[in-house]
Design a binder for this molecule. Structure first.
Ligand code: SF4
Ligand code: SF4
Ligand SMILES: [Zn+2]
Length: 263
């Protein structure tokens, strides 16, 4: 297996994974989407809400706010916590939100008990309050996985595609393929077409249809994939991929142990 990094930003990572099956690449994609535990607002009690929004709408908005922490590893999943799912600082963090209009209530107004915990983005609007309107809410955030509820989805846009192989033979430099390519993959250099940006090719094959000389071939490399992973904001894209692969490894080990018990 070989990994070639294409792009690394806080919220997005792209890399080429070679020498693996489609199932393996898809396993990493799926683990990034919904198998990495993160924090999200789990339960809340609304003591006062005189805004125009129903309690349920406010609860839904608050649940979808990505939450960051300095050290995610100090939290456990509730079912793995020593408190036996009763709730303790090891598996949940309490918060309070109190605001009075006129003003917009933003994610930054949520005050977590632990100063190391905060919303990933400060200016996510929750509700607009007019003169005299008020909200008083308290609750807690806990660690779970995206498969429990989409508010715990650690990844957002996670996808993969086969790495394309573009072969050019007896090209006459007519540039018809360059004109039809929607991804700007091709360019004319020294009277011949060249694949200047093959990673962006979507394998749409419009260039093949446009080439009267039948000089261009595009096909997928079956054991190489381009993975693009975007995170929801709770953890960095790099951390997300590392934790996703650790999750896969953990389960493979558990499966191996079970097999060992059977045979
Ligand atoms: S297959 Fe589509 S995206 Fe790829 S080079 Fe041809 S026209 Fe461009
Ligand atoms: S359409 Fe065919 S001949 Fe024309 S530039 Fe593209 S590959 Fe070359
Ligand atoms: Zn606990």
């Amino acid at each position: 297996m070989k990994v070639d990094l294409l792009e690394l930003k806080e919220d997005r990572i792209a890399f080429i994974l070679s020498g693996v099956t489609a199932a393996f690449a898809n396993g990493i994609r799926r683990a990034c989407l919904s198998e990495v535990p993160i924090l999200a607002i789990d339960e809340l009690a609304i003591y006062e809400n005189t805004s125009v929004l129903f309690d349920e709408q406010i609860a839904l908005r608050m649940g979808l706010i990505p939450i960051q922490t300095n050290d995610l590893d100090i939290f456990s999943l509730p079912e793995e916590c020593q408190c036996g799912e009763n709730g303790c600082p090891g598996c949940r963090v309490d918060f309070m939100l109190s605001a009075e209009g006129p003003r917009m209530v933003y994610s930054r107004d949520i005050q977590f008990q632990d100063p190391d915990i905060r919303p990933a983005l400060e200016e996510i609007p929750i509700v607009i309050l007019s003169e005299g309107e008020k909200v008083v809410i308290e609750g807690f955030a806990s660690m779970r996985r995206g498969r429990d509820h989409s508010k715990w989805n650690s990844g957002t846009l996670c996808g993969y595609k086969n790495l394309p192989l573009i072969e050019i033979d007896a090209c006459n430099g007519c540039a018809k393929c360059v004109q039809v390519c929607p991804r700007k993959v091709l360019a004319i250099e020294e009277n011949r077409v060249k694949a200047v940006n093959p990673v962006d090719c979507s394998l749409c094959k419009l260039c093949i249809d446009a080439c009267e000389a039948r000089a261009i071939k595009v096909k997928p490399i079956l054991d190489s994939f381009v993975l693009t992973i975007e995170c929801a904001g709770s953890i960095s894209s790099r951390d997300l991929v590392v934790r996703a692969t650790q999750e896969i490894k953990k389960r493979a080990k558990a499966f191996d142990t079970k097999l060992g018990e059977l045979f």
